[in-house]
Design a protein around this ligand. Sequence first.
Ligand SMILES: [Mn+2]
Length: 329
Amino acid sequence: MAIPSDYDGVKLGDKMTQEFVDDIIERFKEGKKLPLKYVYQIILAVKDICYNEPTMVETHVDQGKKITVCGDTHGQYFDLMEIFRINGRPSADHAYLFNGDFVDRGSWSCEIALLLYAYKWLHPTSMFLNRGNHETDDMNRMYGFEGECKAKYNDRTFKLFSESFSALPLATLIGDKYFVLHGGLFSDDNITLDDVRKLNRHNQKQPGQSGLMMEMLWTDPQTAPGRGPSKRGVGLQFGPDVTKRFCEKNGLEAIIRSHEVRMEGYEEEHDSKCITIFSAPNYCDSTGNKGAFINIEDDYKLKFQKFDAVKHPDIKPMAYASSPMMGMM
Ligand SMILES: [Mn+2]
């Protein structure tokens, strides 16, 4: 496949380079697209890398290094740029974990997905991507990502992204202390980290309506003890006692999850054992919330940082969605 003759960006060979990543960051800010050949190359490379990762990736923070945990970014590319401006860009010494829902709603989902994938290809062992409930076909059809892929690139681009989403890990364990996943805990107290380790996510491409994968991507905390029905109609809610038992049984300090907007960008609930991190400030241009991210250095303390939304070009959220009046999920 040929690169268009008017393409004036950095060329990509068979390996990702820092120069290419730095260049696409600027191109995307200017509203430019990538040649299809590069889009396919990036998605296929990352699909292969992620497919071979475990369902729960296990990582540690070595001396002098750090990892930044981000929650939902939902296609808000200019706010992602703000995170990198404040906190630095991903590198071999500065790992990032994006905890799902990088696509849908915001109208720069292609740019976010391609940039995070380019970083994943450049730094496979210091860039981590957990799957969210929006890295799924049903959500992408309703909330804009499928339409955006077709508008900016083509149908095949969406199909390749969909395959790559099915390959993404479902959780990351940081320093044996923090269990990071998009939604939350399970319907059954007997589920342990070992069950997550053993889960063969390649047996199902989509999370469906029940089972471990669905629960990991969809559940939410509640203040009442025990478990309750989900307000979303998918998944369930888990109380502080559920979180406490899970952390004790698995030797964890806390679980870190995303999936719900929080006005301060983050919230510590369940006696600080259930932490929500959300990185899309002024969600959908309308919620007025701050975004936040968490830095973890080799002392394994959580350092929260809040940030505000920045200006973006005048394209509304859900601009590419087939049914823009859908509710909040
Ligand atoms: Mn979500």
